[in-house]
Write a protein that binds this ligand. Structure first.
Ligand code: OGA
Ligand code: NI
Length: 364
């Protein structure tokens, strides 16, 4: 997702069209949704471990090392044996399908306002691009009851119960993954974590915001011209995604090729976001990813974003600098990072980079 507190849309050329269309009524891809020259080259075999996003079993003894390596090389991995009941995952997926299969006018009743953070609407990264995406989304933060009761004046309870339960499980998994990722960066003891400015379990002391985003990519009459989600990095520490069993998600590996993330039954895709890239002083990659659409199926995914509160200060962990590294990024608050990204068409890392100063420093 682009950002939570989005750019003031009113200044943007593509502002004003907040509502996704009735995709199923479109017999072709309209010009405003037609992307020129999508690069479909993903020449690699899906079963080659060297070119496949690593699958990490959370019960493996060397899990910290596996997570660290995956974050470094891919900025992403899939997790299995995570302990989240399959029944809950399936229920969440089917409630999401129930929502997106409502009539368009009904969904528009819960439209996310231009300055709002929850409800039904276009992809959040829409403002960064000239073309629109073959996508509709629904965002929640905690209980979705306010928006859900606009969609189903009576039958919203099962939706809310399932979404709240799913968020509870995501919160637990977030804690586990955070500990593993911090350990992989050398922050294992409470003392290490405290020195890094974190709480005793590695939590951000100012708290965090954790939007849950349901994504729908309707089947598309001409998938060669449409884009489900354009290439982006997430504005999060990390994101936990359930992608069901229909492929579409791809990661841009080493800046050269798109690699499909194959659906693994019951697995979650975890991808590092911009903020982890900064905290790790650039060691961990913020995975550039996109979503392609297809003609046969409509695809659903469920994304949970782990983001510290806007006033949290983000800077490279000092334990990583003791080994002779220079801080590659200056300190920014999360809120400042988000607004910088919005002002710079989805690119913010170069704005807060210290690399120019480092080069100057080295040249003198
Ligand atoms: C996102 C995202 C991937 C997917 O929501 O930011 O990248 O497969 N989703 O839906
Ligand atoms: Ni994303």
């Amino acid at each position: 997702m682009g950002s939570l507190t989005e750019a003031p849309r009113t200044n943007l050329p593509n502002s004003g069209h907040l509502a996704p269309p009735d995709f199923l009524s479109l017999k072709d891809v309209p010009d405003s949704y037609s992307w020129p020259q999508i690069d479909f080259n993903s020449s690699v075999g899906l079963n080659d471990p060297l070119v496949s996003v690593p699958v990490v079993d959370l019960t493996q003894p060397n899990v910290v090392k596996l997570v660290g390596r995956a974050c470094q090389e891919w900025g992403a991995f899939q997790v299995i044996n995570h302990g989240i009941p399959m029944g809950l995952i399936k229920d969440t997926e089917s409630e999401a399908r129930r929502l997106f299969s409502l009539p368009t006018e009904q969904k528009h009743k819960a439209l996310r306002p231009p300055d709002g953070s929850t409800g039904y609407g276009l992809a959040r990264i829409t403002a960064y691009f000239d073309k629109k995406m073959w996508h509709e989304g629904f965002t929640m933060m905690g209980s979705p009851v306010e928006d859900a009761s606009k969609l189903w004046p009576e039958k919203y309870k099962s939706f809310c119960d399932v979404m709240e339960e799913y968020q509870k499980e995501m919160k637990k998994l977030t804690g586990r993954l955070r500990r593993l990722i911090l350990a992989s960066l050398g922050l294992t003891t409470e003392e290490d974590l405290m020195l890094a400015g974190l709480g005793p379990s590695g939590e951000f002391t100012e708290g965090c915001i954790t939007p849950l985003q349901l994504n729908s990519y309707p089947s598309c009459p001409n998938p060669n011209r449409a884009m489900g989600l354009a290439p982006h990095t997430d504005t999060s520490i990390f994101t936990i995604l359930y992608q069901g069993d229909i492929s579409g998600l791809q990661i841009f590996r080493d800046g050269v090729q798109w690699v499909t993330v194959p659906p693994v039954p019951g697995a979650f895709v975890v991808n590092a976001g911009d903020l982890l890239h900064i905290l790790s002083n650039g060691r961990y990659t913020a995975a550039v990813h996109r979503v392609l659409v297809n003609q046969a199926y409509s695809r659903i995914s469920i994304a949970y974003f782990y983001i510290p509160t806007p006033n949290t200060q983000i800077k490279p962990f000092s334990n990583l600098l003791e080994q002779g590294d220079f801080p590659r990024y200056r300190t920014v608050s999360c809120g400042e990072y988000i607004s910088t990204k919005a002002k710079n068409q989805g690119k913010a890392l170069s704005v807060i980079s210290n690399m120019e100063q480092i080069e100057n420093h080295e040249n003198h």
